[in-house]
Design a protein around this ligand. Structure first.
Ligand SMILES: [Zn+2]
Length: 235
């Protein structure tokens, strides 16, 4: 059985230093696409991450927010790697706020959008446009209504049994960022064992891959372990 890669593109300028973190936060709250899409450093951390995936021949599902809409360079890299794109939802208060956000992202994207995920843990409010509750039943209904997939849930996996029966929806996910994993299920070796019998979803944020040494190291380790154990990456 394979691994499935989910990539949440949360930060327009990453978080590798104070300046970039502040810049990302401002853009998240006061979205201004007209000049941002032409900025040289915009999504540069994502470009490095996609290059890495493309070199390793791994395709994934990438989720974009209003503040991280893919520019031409990112779109080209996504197409070269055969990746899929979707919308990372913030304002999920009701169908109309969801639809208006989805349409806004779609309007500025030149890449096809095929699915949705929800931003945040379900508790903290993460910015001006963010509606914190995590309500998967609502998103499933809305996804059906507009004809896209809702495949990845936001719950954290706590044991290898969490992946049993995964087919069209993966409620629980394994974080490639070591600091966000559940203590009871945090080893990459155990994860690979699970992937021998189940479809296993893993999540990474390009800004953390770019700014945090152990995130990039664990991504590389997971790729190596998958290769060694003949585990494929699928879409
Ligand atoms: Zn997010």
């Amino acid at each position: 059985m394979p691994l499935v890669l989910r990539v949440d593109v949360d930060k327009p300028y990453g978080n590798s230093n104070f300046f970039n973190a502040v810049r990302s936060k401002l853009s998240e709250n006061y979205w201004y696409p007209d000049w941002v899409l032409f900025n040289r450093n915009y999504l540069s951390q994502l470009a490095r991450f996609i290059q890495h995936c493309n070199n390793e021949k791994i395709s994934g599902h990438f989720y974009f927010r209003m503040c991280t809409i893919p520019n031409q360079h990112i779109t080209q890299l996504m197409q070269e790697g055969g990746h899929k794109a979707g919308v990372h939802l913030e304002n999920t208060r009701d169908f109309s706020t969801f639809k208006s956000e989805y349409d806004n992202v779609a309007k500025h994207c030149t890449i096809e959008l095929s699915s949705i995920t929800k931003h945040g843990s379900g508790k903290l409010k993460l910015g001006k446009h963010h509606y914190p509750p995590y309500e998967p039943d609502k998103y499933r209904k809305w996804a059906d209504e507009i004809g896209v997939d809702f495949r990845f849930g936001n719950e954290l996996c706590t044991s290898s049994e969490d992946f049993i029966g995964n087919k069209n929806f993966y409620p629980k996910i394994f974080w490639i960022e070591p600091d966000y994993r559940d203590e009871s299920f945090s080893s990459l070796e155990e994860l690979i064992e699970s992937a021998k019998n189940n479809l296993v979803p893993v999540l990474i944020h390009p800004s953390n891959y770019d700014s945090t040494k152990n995130v990039k190291e664990d991504f590389m380790k997971l790729i190596a372990l998958a290769r060694k154990n003949d585990i494929d990456w699928v879409l």
